[in-house]
Structures are given as structure tokens and as C-alpha cells.
Design a protein around this ligand. Structure first.
Ligand SMILES: Nc1nc2c(c(=O)[nH]1)N[C@H]1C(S)=C(S)[C@@H](COP(=O)(O)O)O[C@H]1N2
Ligand SMILES: [Mo]
Length: 528
């Protein structure tokens, strides 16, 4: 049984005066950690190579006077960079602690100091060479997070201290627990997220550096772009799609980072001689250029999931030959580092008349990361999902009746040749044109046969043949155009292609699943 006096003693011991300045400096540290963690996290998402921590460090390296730099090298030798980063870290930690104490004593003062720190870090980041257009976003978001956290923690701390001073047990306890709960969760999250993001950023940055440093052997043959390959009609897609405009389709949540120096291609399964090649082994087989139009099965008639590039690569048949596929095999299951798989008929990869390649460059530069760096497949005439495996690392020679690829159990055909198609690029649907001479123009493709003719019908009248651009080859799309004497009113434009074997693009409409859309594009144009 307790007496009143004893109870009072117990209570007064729980209302001990906290060391306000101590916890305030903790609040400052946790807020600064949150600032960095949020900044690093968003750097992974929007500005991969711009690390806030490293940008600030680099600026300091650049602005430190020479004598001090030399002193640092004398004292720390090879570890001068580490010493610098440790020094920056300690300096930032002290500043953050001071900001915490100031915020606790003088409302908003610490928050302003943290904000200024964030602004300086942002300035350091956006002025670095190679900073992307969105490089400011991560440090700004980080600063907002850090400032909000500091305001919250300092408020809790002030309430806790005030309640303790006034012997208000319950209020003191609530605010103490609130302070430690928010600090603890924020600190733990900041460490996990911040360190995780930094590791991801570091891996990305090193592969980015490897790509920048990559010097591919010169291609032995190049693709000649013939005179007349471009019709030069405004609004028409270019005959070669720039890498930055090339459509991207894949299942990868984050773009895989594959270092060419550790990349390997293995070929096994139904082969007499399983093989494994390094990146150098592959490119030293000799590079040639190929112009190939890539098409996605998900492209609607008239859609934009199609692009044409000059790929530099090595015929897959030359690599497969080294592994000696067995006679009863009929499929190659190609696999990406992220586990994606595609099923391609073995014959499409070994056919001498069809250049299926391992591509290492796209329009004259190493493959962009989103398009499969360092090696992807490109097979003329087959939809991307059954042939164009990006970040490819493994081929298994097998049979269609034994293995299936990623999309096969998900409602798509195991084999899928590209369907011939044509589309109107200009005039654009919904953009009225003025009466008079109006060019109607678009793109058409029939890989690997080639386009013979494109025909246009206006208001369901007679089919008229369009002028074609000079084709680069049968694997690449062509541009087409007709001159139209546009009369005011609404008009339907219908387009269809004919391939070099005389096949006419089918009018029959098909959905994307299971093996690609078909039908004629018919657009309504308003003439004023
Ligand atoms: N590793 C991997 N490769 C892939 C895919 C994928 O999801 N993962 N998608 C395929 C599909 S559906 C298409 S249409 C093409 C698109 O290539 P692109 O993004 O370079 O245009 O890549 C193919 N290669
Ligand atoms: Mo696709």
C-alpha cells in the first residue's frame, strides 16, 4: 500500500526536467538526416546521377583553396577524398545540431538555417556539370521534409519541457513520447532509405561512367541513307527515330544497371557446345550496322509504339553457330537480367537472309539504359515481345512445346510476326486545316518483306497511290505522302499498304491481344 507522499515522489521523478538543448540538437540531426535521405531517394527517381551528398562534396573540392587541398593530400594521402567527406559530414552534423538548439530556443530560426543549408545544397547540385533539368527537385523536396520535421520536433520538445516545468505529468509524458516516437521513426527511416538510395545511386553512377567510357570497335559496314529517304513533310515522323523519342516498353520497374565488364552471355539448352561470352568476346566478333524498325504488339493501328533506328551489332546466327543447336530444337528463349523472357523461333535467328542481331549501339551511341544497355536483341519482322530482349544475358535453345516466355501465359501468342501497317501522321486528327493544297503523309512498314505501295482514299473514293520515300531497306519503314486539294468541310482519310509480295493490308480489325492489331486507319479531318 502506498502513501500519498510516496505517490507524489514517484510522480515528481517522472516529471524530471529534460535537457532541452540536448534533445534539441538531436532534433536538428534527425531533421538533417531526413533532408538527405529524401533528397537521395528522389535523386534515384528523377535525377539518377545527381547525388546531393556527393554534389556538395564536389563543390567543396572545387572551392577549397589550393594550399588547403595540398595540405589535405599531405596529411591524408590517398584517403583525402574520404577525409573531405568525413569533414563535410561532421561540419554538417554540428550545423544541424546548432540549428536544432536555435529552433528550440527561438521559433523558426533553426528552420530558416536548415532551409538555407538546403538552398546551398540545391545550388551545389544544379551547378554541377551534367546536372539534369530536374536536378533541383530532390534537394528541394528534401529540404521541405527536413524543415517540417524540425518544426514538429521542436514544438513537441518545447511542450514537453514546459509541461515538465509546470509539473503536468500527463502532458509531459505525451509530448516526451511523441518527441521520441517521431525522432525514432524519422531517424530509422532516414538511415534505411538514405543508405539504400545512396547505394542504388552509386551503382547507377558507376554503370553510367562505364557507358560513357565505352569505346566500341568501328563498324565494318554502315547503313547508307539513300537520297530521297526523307520526304520532308512537316508533321511527319523522321525516318530515323532519335533515341530520345524512341518508344519504350518493358516490365522493368527500375531500369537495370548492367556493367559491360561483368556482363556475360550464356547459351545452353539443346546445344552440343554450351558457351559463355564476355562483352569484349562479342564485340570483337566484328560489328556492322543494320537499319531495323522495331514494333510493339501493343501498337494500335495508327499508334506510336514503333520506331526505326540504325543498330550496330553482331548477327545472332554467328553466335548461335558456336553453340551448335541440335536438330530437333525450334525455339530460343532469351532472358534478361531482370528475368524477362521472350520466345523466338530458332529459324528467325539462324536464317541467313534475315539479320537478327545482338545490338550494342543505337543510332551511333552505346544502347541507352532504357533500351537495353549493354546488349539487346533486334529481330527484323517480329514484335518486340517475342524477340527484342533488352539487357539480354542468356539464351536457352529449346522447343515451343517445352518452354514458354513471359507473355505466353498472359494472353499473347508464343509466335508473333509483325503485321503490315500504315498510319497517317499529318493532318492530325482534331487539328483543322485550311482549304487548298494540303499534304497527307504518314509511315508504313512491312518488315521484313518491304513496302511496295501505299494507297489513300478520301471520303471512300478511289484508292490513289502515294509517293514513297526511298526505302533504307526492307526492314525499315517508309514515309508516304499524297498532295490533296482540300475543300472546306469534313473528310475521311483512309490509308492502306501493299507489301512487295502483293499482300494488301487487311481491313479486318483485330485487337492487340493475342498477336497484334490490324485494320485500316481512317481519320476525320476538318477543312476550313
Ligand atoms: N528485358 C526486357 N526486354 C524487353 C521487354 C521487357 O519487358 N523486358 N519488352 C519487349 C517489348 S514488348 C518491346 S515492344 C521492346 C521495346 O523495346 P524498346 O523499349 O527499346 O522500344 O522491347 C522488348 N524487350
Ligand atoms: Mo511490345
Amino acid at each position: 500500500m502506498t502513501t500519498d507522499t510516496e505517490t507524489r515522489t514517484d510522480e515528481s521523478s517522472t516529471v524530471r526536467r529534460p535537457h532541452g538543448w540536448l534533445w534539441a540538437s538531436l532534433a536538428g540531426l534527425v531533421s538533417a538526416a531526413a533532408l538527405l535521405a529524401v533528397a537521395e531517394l528522389f535523386a534515384v527517381l528523377v535525377a539518377r546521377s545527381a547525388s546531393p551528398v556527393l554534389a556538395v562534396g564536389s563543390v567543396i573540392v572545387d572551392i577549397v583553396p589550393r594550399p588547403l587541398k595540398e595540405l589535405a593530400i599531405t596529411v591524408f594521402g590517398e584517403s583525402d577524398k574520404i577525409a573531405l567527406l568525413v569533414g563535410v559530414g561532421l561540419g554538417a552534423a554540428v550545423a544541424a545540431a546548432i540549428a536544432g538548439v536555435l529552433e528550440y530556443r527561438f521559433r523558426f530560426v533553426g528552420a530558416v538555417i536548415l532551409g538555407i543549408g538546403g538552398v546551398l545544397a540545391t545550388a551545389a547540385i544544379v551547378t554541377r556539370a551534367g546536372a539534369g533539368a530536374l536536378a533541383w527537385l530532390p534537394p528541394v523536396l528534401g529540404t521541405v521534409a527536413g524543415v517540417v520535421l524540425l518544426l514538429t520536433l521542436a514544438r513537441r520538445l518545447r511542450r514537453w519541457v514546459a509541461a515538465a516545468a509546470a509539473d503536468e505529468t500527463t502532458a509531459a509524458g505525451v509530448n516526451r513520447r511523441g518527441f521520441f516516437l517521431v525522432s525514432g521513426i524519422a531517424a530509422a527511416t532516414a538511415v534505411v532509405v538514405g543508405v539504400g538510395a545512396r547505394v542504388v545511386n552509386a551503382a547507377t553512377a558507376s554503370v553510367a561512367a562505364a557507358r560513357d567510357a565505352l569505346r566500341l570497335p568501328t563498324a565494318r559496314t554502315t547503313v547508307t541513307i539513300p537520297d530521297g529517304a526523307s520526304l520532308e513533310v512537316p508533321g511527319l515522323a523522321p525516318i530515323i527515330t532519335p533515341n530520345s523519342d524512341f518508344y519504350r516498353v518493358d516490365t522493368a520497374l527500375t531500369v537495370p544497371n548492367v556493367d559491360p565488364s561483368t556482363w556475360r552471355l550464356s547459351i545452353d539448352g539443346m546445344v552440343d557446345q554450351p558457351i559463355e561470352l564476355s562483352f569484349d568476346d562479342l564485340v570483337n566478333m566484328g560489328l556492322d550496322e543494320y537499319g531495323v524498325t522495331l514494333t510493339c504488339v501493343s501498337n494500335e493501328v495508327g499508334g506510336g509504339l514503333v520506331g526505326n533506328a540504325i543498330w550496330t551489332g553482331i548477327p545472332i546466327r554467328d553466335v548461335l553457330r558456336m553453340a551448335a543447336p541440335q536438330a530437333d530444337a525450334d525455339m530460343v528463349l532469351s532472358e534478361s537480367v531482370d528475368g524477362y523472357t521472350a520466345s523466338t523461333p530458332l529459324s528467325a535467328l539462324t536464317d541467313d537472309g534475315l539479320d537478327a542481331i545482338f545490338a550494342v549501339a543505337m543510332n551511333g551511341e552505346p544502347l541507352p539504359f532504357e533500351h537495353g544497355f549493354p546488349v539487346r536483341m533486334v529481330v527484323p519482322g517480329l514484335y518486340g515481345y517475342v524477340s527484342a530482349t533488352k539487357w539480354v544475358t542468356k539464351l536457352t535453345v529449346t522447343r515451343f512445346d517445352q518452354d514458354e516466355a513471359y507473355w505466353t501465359p498472359r494472353g499473347y501468342s508464343a509466335e508473333a510476326p509483325i503485321k503490315m501497317s500504315s498510319r497517317v501522321d499529318t493532318p492530325k486528327i482534331g487539328t483543322p486545316v485550311s482549304a487548298g493544297r494540303v499534304p497527307i503523309a504518314g509511315m508504313a512498314w512491312a518488315q521484313p518483306v518491304g513496302i511496295e505501295r501505299v494507297e489513300v482514299s478520301i471520303d471512300d473514293g478511289d484508292w490513289q497511290s502515294a509517293t514513297l520515300s526511298t526505302p533504307i531497306n526492307d526492314q525499315s519503314w517508309v514515309q508516304w505522302m499524297v498532295d490533296w486539294d482540300a475543300q472546306p468541310g469534313s473528310h475521311y482519310i483512309t490509308v492502306r499498304a501493299v507489301d512487295k509480295q502483293g499482300n494488301v493490308q487487311t481491313q479486318e480489325q483485330a485487337a492487340i491481344a493475342p498477336n497484334g492489331s490490324s485494320g485500316w486507319q481512317r481519320t476525320l479531318v476538318t477543312v476550313r
